[in-house]
Design a binder for this molecule. Structure first.
Ligand code: TRP
Length: 343
């Protein structure tokens, strides 16, 4: 079935958790790529709020976080027609139950993300609450993918194991029902810039590290430039050998910001000659990032003026997208021997 489809008819699915604002790490690491895939494939992009319940959360902030991320993603270039919010498509969780009964305890115990996250929580607090949801979350992720019968899933390397699990679950499902129902979804690893925290360039830029560690895509230009100015570098006595992580990160950001190849080359020549002033590099990087994000800031302001319209659009697209999920679920229930209204 997979092979018979033309490439442009292939389905892409990816999801993002509403756990914070859109920062440059998430933008360069994923969203920029999602935006460009839209012109080639049939895309489904989800804001997965059920996933965000797996870690301690504040019910009062949940809904708002989901909507704000939806607005961020639209401003960053996602087409609202391609977007859904997971809690508006309950078939994800329904399929997840069925698939969880086809997943072994052992398989889930081997998931490194679970081991890392539960370990981290325990380190932060001895009696940390580790939810069963955190443990079974890869099954929900498998359901996210399989409910749309997705062909490709653009993800980072950190999600490779979850994709592998999804394929195993799909295979087991096919075996149990005695039919090649699910095709195997393939991960799509695209070369993307890896952006580090400017405050601690040994760590990946992430919202969970704290406010100093990430730069919001929609940040006020002055604040953005200031955050770059205070980026950690090195003493400036350039030693032979590899570039320090902080300086490398600034060069990465400069390249990622696009349209600054000349500036990049020029700075690199100076760096190699040992004459580069980091202050100058930071100014150039700050300006390039401010320029790149300007149209997104503009779009975000426009959305802010009219949030209701954008919410309605994404509610409507979630409804349309839900039809695909409903179709899959009806077929799955039939195959498994569960009851439907018709049988
Ligand atoms: N687990 C992913 C993450 O933490 C998010 C995610 C949930 C996802 N469901 C998905 C990614 C389905 C790809 C496909 O980043």
């Amino acid at each position: 079935m997979n092979e018979k489809k033309e490439d442009f008819q292939k389905t892409i699915l990816s999801c993002i958790q509403p756990t914070g604002k859109l920062h440059l790490g998430r933008y360069f690491g994923a969203i920029q790529n999602w935006v460009s895939l839209q012109s080639k494939y049939d895309c489904f992009y989800g804001v997965v709020d059920y996933h965000a319940l797996t870690m301690p959360f504040d019910p009062k902030k949940m809904r708002n976080r989901s909507w704000e991320l939806v607005f961020d993603l639209i401003a960053a270039g996602l087409d609202p027609d391609n977007m859904f919010v997971q809690s508006l498509v309950p078939e994800h969780t329904e399929l997840s139950w069925i698939l969880s009964c086809m997943t072994s305890y052992g398989e889930l115990s081997r998931m490194t993300q679970f081991k890392d996250k539960s370990q981290q929580s325990k380190e932060t607090s001895k009696d940390a609450f580790i939810s069963a949801g955190l443990y079974t979350y890869p099954v929900l992720q498998a359901a996210d993918i399989l409910v749309y019968r997705a062909d490709y899933v653009p993800v980072g390397k950190d999600q490779e194991q979850h994709l592998e699990l999804t394929r195993n679950i799909a295979q087991r499902f096919n075996h149990i029902v005695g039919k090649d129902y699910f095709q195997m979804p393939e991960p799509l690893f695209t070369e993307v810039p890896k952006v580090m925290s400017t405050a601690d360039p040994e760590k990946k830029m992430s919202a969970s590290l704290g406010p100093k560690h990430h730069i919001d895509v929609f940040e006020d230009p002055k604040v953005m430039a200031k955050q770059i100015r205070s980026a950690v570098t090195d003493s400036g006595d350039v030693q032979p050998g590899p570039m320090s992580p902080g300086v490398e990160n600034l060069f990465q950001l400069l390249r990622a910001s696009g349209n600054s190849q000349d500036a990049y080359d020029e700075m690199m020549v100076e760096y190699n000659a040992g004459s580069l002033q980091y202050g100058k590099l930071k100014t150039v990087v700050g300006e390039a990032l401010v320029a790149m994000t300007e149209p997104m800031r503009e779009k975000r302001r426009e959305i802010n003026q009219d949030k209701r319209t954008y919410k309605d659009r994404v509610r409507a697209s979630s409804e349309v997208i839900r039809k695909v999920a409903q179709q899959t679920l009806a077929e799955v229930k039939d195959l498994v021997g569960l009851l439907n209204v018709r049988n």
